[in-house]
Ligand binder design. Structure first.
Ligand SMILES: [Zn+2]
Ligand SMILES: [Zn+2]
Length: 163
C-alpha cells in the first residue's frame, strides 16, 4: 500500500493509516518512531489544517507532556527527514505526507482563507522542473511548489457573500 487508501476518507481513518505506515517505514529503515515523534505525527494528521510548531506544542502540553520547543523541533526534523510530513514555507506549518514511501518535493495547493492543503504529486510537473533546471545547468537538489489560492468550499462561501 503506497498511497493513502481512498476507500475510507474519514480523518480518523487517515490518521490511523498514516501512523501505521510511519511505523512500518521506520522499522524498514531502522529508524525509531519514538512515542513523542508518533504523537507529533498524530497531532498533525488529526488536524483539519496544517499546524505550526507552537500549535503542536500546545496540544502536547494539553497532553500533560513537558514539551519544550527544541523537543518539538527535533521531532519535526525527524518526521521531515523520513518524508512523513512536509513543511510549507509559505505559512510555516506542517502537513502529513500522503505518499511517504517515496521521497519527493511535492506540489501543494494551499487555501489562503481556511488553510487547507491539497498535496499533488504530479510526476510530469516534477520532471518538467528538473529538465528546466538542468537546461540552465542548475543542479536541483529538491523542489517544492506551493500554490496559494482559495479552495472550493471557500470559493463557494465567497461567492454566496458576493451575491
Ligand atoms: Zn508528500
Ligand atoms: Zn478554504
Amino acid at each position: 500500500m503506497d498511497e493513502l487508501a481512498q476507500s475510507d476518507p474519514s480523518p480518523a481513518a487517515e490518521t490511523r493509516w498514516a501512523l501505521a505506515r510511519a511505523a512500518t517505514l521506520c522499522e524498514q529503515r531502522g529508524t525509531r518512531l519514538t512515542d513523542l515523534r508518533k504523537r507529533v505525527l498524530e497531532i498533525i494528521w488529526s488536524s483539519p489544517v496544517p499546524l505550526g510548531a507552537y500549535a503542536i506544542l500546545d496540544v502536547l502540553r494539553d497532553d500533560g507532556r513537558q514539551g519544550a520547543p527544541p523537543t518539538v523541533y527535533r521531532a519535526l526534523d525527524f518526521l521531515l527527514e523520513q518524508g512523513l510530513i512536509h513543511r510549507l514555507a509559505t505559512l510555516n506549518v506542517f502537513t502529513g505526507c500522503r505518499r511517504p514511501d517515496s521521497f519527493h518535493g511535492g506540489q501543494f495547493l494551499i487555501c489562503r482563507d481556511c488553510g487547507q492543503v491539497d498535496e499533488l504529486n504530479n510526476p510530469t510537473v516534477e520532471a518538467l522542473l528538473r529538465a528546466e533546471a538542468a537546461s540552465r545547468r542548475f543542479d536541483a537538489l529538491s523542489q517544492m511548489i506551493e500554490v496559494l489560492g482559495r479552495c472550493p468550499e471557500c470559493r463557494r462561501e465567497a461567492e454566496s457573500h458576493a451575491r
